[in-house]
Write a protein that binds this ligand. Sequence first.
Ligand code: DX5
Ligand code: ZN
Length: 227
Amino acid sequence: MPPPQQRRPIQIAPSVLPADFARLGEECQVLEKAGVDLIHWDVMDGVFVPNLTFGPDVIASTRPLVDLDFEAHLMVVEPDRLVDRYVKAGCSTVLVHAEACEHLHRTLGHIAELGAVPGVALNPHTPVSAICHVRDLIGVLLIMTVNPGFGGQAYIPLEDKVAEAADLLDGFDCSIEVDGGIGPSTVAGVVSAGANRLVSGSALFRDSEGLKHAVTDLRTRAVAAQA
Ligand code: DX5
Ligand code: ZN
């Protein structure tokens, strides 16, 4: 049986937090041309995290411009209030924070009823065991490698947590996603630990050779680390 990560394809999921908010639609098109696999929308409510970002209407306005899947990373309190609107806006995956859900099992079931892929995000301090009773309900487990709220933060080394997640999810059809400080110097560690979906914001947008180079380089490094 191949190691778990070999059964999970490498996916590059750029965060658009560092993008030019005055040209979000064009930026999504540039990312599509650069060869990314999906778009990661960092939704922040100013309460769960001290920052405010994209409402559903902003995401909906870019939806028709690209063919890529959208995933909404809901860094919000009481996500049940908002899930439906982000699915309606065109997000095919919705990630809720375990720390923000009173009834996580019910929330994940509701996301699935809407026809979207349910996902759980875990802050750096939250143990992987938080999802052990909902493994069958999720298509993505997102392991934060920064404290949520802002892009460009320093990576928190959590390869052991990623490896623990890979063990817990072995045999489950669930991507293992990492988010925060992911770039050329950190990608190999998280992928060899078992991550396959890579959120990257500042490392992609600050590459002096452009987004296409950054995406290709990150994918090359990730595929090499899976081998
Ligand atoms: C932080 C967000 C991340 C972040 C990633 O709260 O969830 O997606 O924007 O940005 P970088 O790659 O710059 O750490
Ligand atoms: Zn994110």
